[in-house]
Design a protein. Structure first.
Lengths: 149, 260
């Protein structure tokens, strides 16, 4: 076969590999080409984060508005301090909104849902959520129910 | 009894010697890269015969493996009413494990055996020694392009395999069994991470490609130059490559996804 034909075919082969890489990056792992927009940080303290993890979803009314940056234990209060990064264009979250940990579906992953408050002031970068609701723990629910509390 | 011990010792020494020769050989090939003007056409030709010609078998197997995963996953997951998690199951299995491993096994069978037989026959018909007589280093001229071709083709083949497998799984899951397409891709994108899953899969396939190509060219180069020797070298290539790939896969998985 002519050298040029081989070169063209090998070029196509390498392109196919790059195409597959792009497909796996964009469509399968959901990497977006647009640089992550600017975000601001707010905090929420939970008594129990359940199976929440970094990179988890933060949503309002089911729409993703940010992600979980990190989770660490506060040594003084023994609560979990979750750092949330919220997209800057959602800068009018009422200051008395509540952050609650929800589960998508029965066995799905856990995420933070922000339920809207009625305050006229909005959360500023670095603020804390005043009210939080921890992860629903089925075992604890059942034991509470069984002990009649 | 003494004979058995003596044989054991001899086999061990033989194995060590052959491992030593293989390492020396690898070093020789990696150091002796030919000049780009000579080497590049040779390399392209080998990428064609090692990589491009393996594409068909990789695409077909990828498609069917993806379809089987879709079907099996659906049967299991629908018991829990969570068949929308099928996308994430297919993608994670393919990208992390099946893509690199099955491609490497197919690669050893399709391309590795051909490399061994080709180089073995060159040795048996004394083409390699006549090259040496002419002052051409067969390691540079014959072996190096083949090793690099296998090394470079394997990740591309594995990526194509994963992509085709996921599309095959979508074909069964979404088109045939009626899983909602949005949740198919959505669950997949929520759980597959580019760096942790996709790139680790690529790293695996690079390692496998290197090992498969090394074993194939070494077995060809080191074979007994008779027809029986070539046939046993070809068998050894496939057996050793498969074992090496599966063993290395365990180690790499433990390092990458083991969480310890």
């Amino acid at each position: 076969m002519a050298q040029r034909t081989i070169e063209i075919i090998v070029g196509l082969f390498v392109l196919a590999g790059m195409g597959a890489m792009m497909f796996l990056a964009l469509q399968v792992s959901g990497l977006s080409l647009a640089a992550a927009g600017s975000t601001y940080t707010v905090y929420a303290d939970f008594t129990d984060t359940g199976g929440l993890g970094p990179r988890g979803r933060v949503s309002m009314a089911g729409v993703q508005v940010g992600s979980i940056e990190s989770i660490e234990l506060d040594r003084d209060t023994f609560k979990a301090r979750v750092t949330l990064s919220i997209n800057s264009d959602v800068n009018n979250i009422p200051a008395d909104s509540a952050a609650m940990i929800r589960t998508s579906g029965l066995l799905g992953e856990q995420y933070i849902d922000i339920s809207i408050g009625g305050d006229l002031e909005s959360l500023q970068p670095g603020d804390n959520f005043y009210t939080t609701q921890s992860a629903m723990n089925i075992e604890r629910l059942i034991s509470n129910f069984a002990s009649g509390r | 009894m003494m004979d058995a011990i003596a044989r054991l010792g001899k086999n061990t020494l033989d194995f060590l010697a052959s491992f030593g020769r293989a390492s020396q050989f690898l070093l020789g090939v990696l150091v002796g890269v030919p000049k780009p003007s000579v080497g590049l056409p040779l390399l392209l030709k080998q990428i064609y015969s090692v990589g491009v010609l393996s594409l068909v078998i990789v695409v077909v197997s990828g498609l069917f493996i993806g379809m089987v995963l879709g079907l099996q996953g659906y049967t299991i997951l629908s018991d829990f009413g969570s068949e929308s998690a099928i996308g994430q199951m297919i993608a994670l299995t393919l990208v992390r494990e099946l893509g690199p491993v099955v491609t490497a096994l197919l690669f050893a069978g399709r391309a590795g055996s051909a490399l061994t037989a080709e180089i073995g026959l060159m040795k048996a018909t004394e083409q390699l020694s006549s090259m040496e007589m002419m002052g051409v280093d067969p390691l540079r001229r014959v072996i190096a392009p083949r090793l690099w071709a296998g090394f470079l083709s394997m990740p591309i083949l594995a990526l194509v395999f994963s992509m085709v497998g996921i599309l095959g799984g979508m074909l069964v899951g979404v088109e045939w069994l009626g899983v909602f397409e949005g949740s198919f891709w959505g669950n997949m994108q929520a759980s597959v991470d580019f760096r942790d899953d996709v790139l680790n899969g690529v790293i695996k396939s690079v390692v496998f490609g290197f090992v498969c190509a090394w074993i194939a060219v070494y077995q060809g180069y080191d074979c007994v130059p008779t027809s029986a020797g070539i046939s046993s070298a070809t068998t050894k290539t496939v057996v050793y490559s498969s074992l090496a790939v599966l063993g290395l896969d365990f180690i790499l998985t433990a390092v990458m996804f083991g969480n310890f």
